[in-house]
Design a protein around this ligand. Structure first.
Ligand SMILES: *Cc1c(COP(=O)(O)O)cnc(C)c1O
Length: 435
């Protein structure tokens, strides 16, 4: 039985997974959502206890992807893509951190990017046109996608990023690779980058000339692999009580993956969305009106998103009912000063260094507990390794941060990028010229 996908705008035709993956955005500008969500039995979830991430990944992803592969090929793909763990670290009795930064680019996006790179290579091998992956990044996506798609035959990657708004090491991660990876440095904000990408997808003339897709979390192919680490977190908990997940959020792809996992049967007590001063989602839950904001620069820059792209998916998952949404997702926002204080607090209390994004997740869980008295097990998703964000982490903590090899070796590599204004025609020229 194969799963079909519809657009959240309801105007585009339904498609299969292959098409949804290769298009990224639906032609009506909406996001693809599955018509149905396969569930695993309670017994499956019980059996996940103690299992490793690859075993869990194969079981969770097979109902979504299995039909496209012979058994061995599917297993191999999952083994290659999920070749690092998501360890659950306990800070105190009911407080855990799920470390999602043990992949090659040290942020959670490696899980999805590694899987997507391999899926696209496998599923689109028979198409004889080069596939152009357009991806807007506030920092970590660019790195993960560049790494996950590096040197994949038939795929050309364009990474758009806001000039001067990503950390120096993040920038090196996607501007120093070369080969099939081109970095486009946009004189504007992350939202400008995202807008340029979205515009390219609805540009009919461009789409006739080139086959385009997205590796941003508008692509459903990004969200499916991200379900797996939620289950892996559950597998590492000793007891059976459903935990609360606190998710540092920007475009809300990570959180949407958690919701999908919950629909598959993941025992979850609820989700907490931690955001920075880009608090569009927080305001929406408060007021009931969705008003995109201009993105503001913060120290948790990967969450500087004023118009989160997965908002439409989240709303769709709850049938457009804000009151349903309010029951399961609890948003909190924090200023940079609060975030810095949070990093200090965690370091002083637990001797653990969090990067600024993770600190926002920690603060959100703490605030929710203070407001509601909730004592259930809480899991903060640690979305990036602190070494990626040294310039915004208080100096006294630096001695406790180990610099991973993957980062230290980048220091001396030369950056290469194409600069462009935040103007669609200028951007289009560059992409067309590089076809
Ligand atoms: C991308 C990113 C986020 C935000 O994730 P979304 O899926 O866009 O909500 C949070 N933290 C880090 C470190 C990131 O790289």
């Amino acid at each position: 039985m194969s799963i079909s996908y519809h657009s959240t705008n309801k105007k585009a035709q339904k498609v299969g997974f292959r098409e949804a993956l290769s298009r990224g955005l639906a032609p009506d500008g909406g996001l693809y959502m599955p018509d149905s969500i396969p569930t695993l039995s309670p017994q499956n979830w019980n059996e996940f206890k103690g299992k490793d991430i690859r075993t869990i990944g194969k079981i969770m992803l097979r109902p979504w992807l299995g039909e496209f592969f012979s058994g061995d090929d599917f297993d191999q793909l999952v083994e290659d893509a999920l070749n690092f763990d998501a360890p659950l670290v306990q800070l105190k009795e009911n407080l855990y951190v799920l470390e999602l930064f043990h992949g090659p680019t040290l942020a959670f996006k490696d899980f999805a990017a590694r899987t997507m790179g391999r899926l696209m290579a496998a599923l689109l091998r028979d198409e004889n046109r080069e596939l152009h992956v357009l991806t807007a990044t506030s920092g970590d996506t660019g790195a993960a996608v560049a790494d996950g798609f590096y040197d994949v035959p038939g795929i050309r990657v364009w990474v758009l990023y806001p000039s001067g708004k990503v950390s120096p090491l993040q920038e090196k991660q996607f501007t120093t690779l070369g080969k099939n990876i081109t970095a486009i440095e946009v004189d504007g904000t992350f939202d400008d980058c995202q807008r340029l990408v979205k515009q390219a997808f609805v540009d009919e003339d461009l789409n006739r000339k080139m086959k385009l897709t997205s590796a941003n979390s508008i692509n459903i192919g990004r969200l499916l692999p991200q379900m797996v680490y939620y289950a892996r977190a559950w597998a590492q908990l000793k007891d059976d009580a459903p935990p609360l997940f606190s998710v540092p959020s920007g475009n809300f792809g990570n959180l949407t993956a958690g919701l999908l996992a919950q629909k598959m049967g993941l025992p979850a007590a609820g989700f907490i969305a931690g955001v920075n001063s880009n608090r569009t989602f927080f305001d929406y839950i408060q007021s009931g009106t969705y008003e995109p904001r201009k993105s503001e620069r913060t120290i948790s820059n990967a969450m500087d998103v004023g118009d989160p792209s997965n908002f439409e998916r989240i709303l769709a998952l709850y049938g457009g009912q804000i009151n349903e949404l309010r029951k399961y997702i609890h948003p909190y926002w924090f200023s940079d000063d609060e975030t810095t204080a949070g990093m200090h607090e965690v370091n002083d209390t637990y001797g653990y260094v969090m990067d600024p994004h993770t600190a926002v997740g920690y603060l959100a869980l703490k605030k929710m507990r203070r407001e509601t008295g909730d004592k259930r097990t809480g899991i903060v998703l640690a979305t990036a390794h602190p070494a990626k964000f040294l310039e915004v982490i208080p100096e006294e903590m630096h001695q406790h941060i180990e610099m991973p090899d993957a980062l230290s070796k980048l220091k001396d590599r030369a950056k290469k990028s194409v600069t462009v204004s935040a103007d669609y025609d200028a951007f289009r020229e560059i992409v067309l010229a590089g076809r």
